[in-house]
Ligand binder design. Structure first.
Ligand code: MOS
Length: 729
């Protein structure tokens, strides 16, 4: 096999179109005679709709139609379960609940007509804290969910009570991890129309064309082949486009009106009406021997689902696995709960529940290290998962565990030295200004690749080889979504390698359900891994037909990875995942103890990506994830109070800009091949995000002597805790 396409930082296939502005995003699309849609959101967290009268809106100038719940044939949606209405019929459970849709000749007319819709609400008691929502007497948000608990998981391994008796040190902690907004570049937008074959066609930014198609078909009560989904340029996703936003409502309007219909959400609408990263509450108790061997970990987690399930069951599954960190612990007891509230629904966001669980685990490790008087890297290295280790769920990790190598790489890069048989941290930067303190923190973790816990998993590719005596071009048909991460470039590189063709001969037909088969979503760090294996299979079939003189030679292949299994309800025993990537990170911070400002100065991030198909894209993912997690740890403060969002603008919800990013992010790209990864590749899009928040908090502890069990580290929080610590005896 040639090696001329894998491992090269070739220019992205979408680069020229994007930098010249030729490429169209959903918000740029237009068709002659198209109509414009606006959504009436409830903007109240919990209510009964007593009366809904759209007649005045319907009669307003330019208005073509107003749609309500009774216009939706099967009025429900949801990625895991159909517990959310497309349009509210009688009950409002969160502020972003859609109540009615106005379609008019202009956007202005549609917006004006929203004010003419008469809704009489009866407001109902709100519950906005998942811990309160579990208590007896709390408002019940869904009829079939007692105590508002959507799902719970248990892990039981060994005997924690017995093990704690033999622990020399025990650390107990309580933690909270905050919401986070995806803040992707392109707010929700799209265009729907009837195509030349009579299909309801929706052009929209998403993460999984065939899932969008499925949910649209379900809600409209139509067969799949009547629905076509096309992704133009996406403009960022990060998990925030996994659940339905404008897909179903656009399709509904185009179907009813037989005319093109367009929508663009404002940034405020986007921030109110799509899901957020779950806030979670943790209680933890971990024990170790004085030699620094973990003996037991007991963790309880409560995740805030918000009003509807979205992907919460799966996110909580991931938290349940990650909340004991990348460590071999002989005795584990984990209890986790996902609980409905009247907050904005929570769902997928880079790391998918992993960052929350890992935050608790890594802080517990740091506190244990302190109590033992042991370097935090040394304690970790004594307990890391390695080849053959049993997970908390009682089964071994898939082969190819590189956690120890990755952990050492990041530590050494950040200045740790192995002296006298022990890891020792470097000296901290010394302060030149009176108010500045410096610190260094470290954390490590791992991230599954692909759908977990028995979820059906597959990816399909088709390759068409054209030419007569030699292959003139190879057309790769693939649904894989390029959310901006560079997936399409990587698909082309892997196809070129598999076919032994120069990259120039690869043509892509992507993300259009009329031509491309189901790829599964661009999520769970799975696209490179799954798409690569599907392309390898399709290339083999196509090349065989080519040798048999078929012209064109067409190969279709469905890749299915090894099976995974769900948690046992009592013990959690399972084979949760078929592949993982491993990551370790060190962060250096500056804390201004007078203003409370925390600055991230330098980051060292070691990631085992198996094979870096395109090293520059890998570096882009590392740097992007680091900055996104920097926002999570330090800056981004999504405030909900009694079910209302107090920060619905980017002027009140601050994300990192170029002035905030670290001076240096050292990407340490490691390549220990995954035994079943395509060309050895592991998925990596989420990994570098995971250890960032705990590494930053550990660095701030190093700088100031204060632990933060809650974040983001906004100046007010930092100052408050520093003052409290100063006052403490
Ligand atoms: Mo991702 S959070 O698995 O879309």
């Amino acid at each position: 096999m040639t090696t001329n396409s894998i491992g090269r930082s070739i220019a992205r296939v979408d680069a020229v179109g994007k930098v010249t502005g030729q490429t169209l995003y959903p918000g740029d699309l237009a068709l002659p005679g198209m109509l414009h849609m606006k959504v009436l959101f409830a903007r109240r967290p919990r209510a009964r709709i007593k009366r809904l009268d759209v007649s005045r809106a319907q009669a307003a100038q330019g208005v073509v139609a107003v749609f309500t719940a009774k216009d939706v044939p099967v009025n429900e949606f949801g990625l895991i379960m159909f517990d959310a209405p497309v349009l509210a019929s009688d009950t409002v459970r969160w502020i972003g609940e859609k109540v009615a849709l106005v379609v008019a000749e202009t956007e202005k007319q549609a917006a004006r007509a929203l004010d003419l819709i008469e809704v009489e609400y009866e407001d109902l008691p709100v519950v906005s804290d998942p811990r309160e929502a579990m208590q007896p007497g709390a408002p019940q948000l869904h009829p079939d969910k007692g105590n508002n608990v959507l799902v719970r998981y248990r892990i039981r391994k060994g005997d924690v009570d017995e093990a704690f008796k033999h622990a020399d040190v025990i650390v107990e902690g309580a933690y909270h991890t905050p919401f986070q907004e995806h803040a992707f570049l392109q707010p929700e937008a799209g265009l729907a129309y009837i195509d030349e074959e009579g299909r309801i066609t929706v052009q929209v930014a998403g993460q999984w064309t065939h899932e969008d198609q499925e949910q649209i078909a379900h809600a409209l009560g139509l067969p799949h082949d009547k629905i076509r989904v096309i992704y133009p340029a996406i403009g960022g996703a990060f998990g925030g486009r996994e659940d339905m936003s404008v897909q179903i409502i656009l399709a509904l309007a185009a179907w009813k009106l037989r005319k093109p219909v367009k929508i663009i959400w404002s940034r405020e609408e986007s921030m109110l009406a799509h899901h957020k990263r779950h806030q979670m509450f943790f209680k933890a108790r971990w024990g170790a021997t004085k030699e620094g061997k973990l003996v037991a970990a007991e963790v309880e987690a409560t995740a805030d689902v918000g009003a509807y399930a979205y992907t919460s069951t799966k996110v909580l599954g991931n938290t349940t696995l990650m909340c004991t960190g990348p460590y071999e612990i002989p005795n584990v007891k984990v209890d986790t709960y996902a609980v409905y509230t009247n907050n904005v629904p929570a769902g997928a966001f880079r790391g998918f529940g992993g960052p929350q669980g890992l935050f608790e685990a890594e802080l517990q490790m740091d506190k244990l290290a302190e109590k033992l008087g042991m370097d935090p890297v040394e304690l970790r290295i004594r307990n890391l998962l390695h080849e053959g280790s049993l997970l908390s769920v009682g089964t071994p990790l898939p082969r190819g565990v590189s956690m120890p190598e990755v952990a050492v790489k990041a530590a050494e890069a950040a200045g740790w030295k192995h002296v006298g048989g022990r890891w020792q941290r470097p000296h901290a930067l010394s302060s030149t200004q009176k108010s500045k303190r410096y610190g260094l923190g470290y954390a490590c973790g791992f991230k599954n690749v692909g759908f977990s816990f028995g979820a059906p998993e597959q990816c399909t590719a088709r390759i068409e080889l054209r030419g007569t005596s030699e292959i003139e071009e190879a057309i790769v048909y693939h649904s894989g979504a390029d959310c901006g991460q560079g997936a399409h470039t990587v698909l082309a590189q892997m196809a070129a390698e598999a076919l032994e063709l120069p990259i120039e001969k690869i043509k892509l037909v992507v993300s259009d359900t009329a031509y491309t088969a189901n790829s599964g979503s661009a999520s769970a760090s799975r696209m490179t891994f799954m798409a690569g294996n599907s392309i390898l299979g399709a290339a083999e079939v196509a090349l065989k037909k080519w040798r048999d003189e078929e012209r064109p030679a067409i190969g279709t292949y469905q890749y299915r990875p090894p099976k995974t299994t769900p948690y046992d309800p009592q013990t959690g025993k399972s084979e949760p995942n078929f592949a993982y990537g491993y990551v370790a990170e060190a962060a250096e911070v500056e804390v201004d103890i007078e203003t409370g400002h925390v600055r991230l100065l330098r980051v060292w991030c070691a990631d085992d990506v198996g094979t870096a198909v395109n090293p520059q894209l890998v570096q882009g993912q590392i740097e992007g994830a680091v900055v996104q997690a920097q926002g999570y740890a330090i800056l981004e403060n999504f405030v909900q109070q009694d079910g209302k969002v107090l920060t619905p603008y980017l002027s009140t919800y601050l994300i990192p800009t170029v002035l905030d990013v670290p001076q240096q992010v050292v990407s340490l790209i490691m390549e220990y091949p995954d035994p079943i990864g395509p060309f050895g590749a592991r998925g990596m899009g989420e990994m570098p995000y995971l250890p960032m928040a705990p590494a930053v908090i550990a660095a701030v502890r190093d700088a100031t002597g204060v632990w933060f069990d809650d974040f983001p580290l906004t100046p007010d929080r930092v100052l408050r805790e520093l003052r409290k610590a100063r006052k403490a005896p």
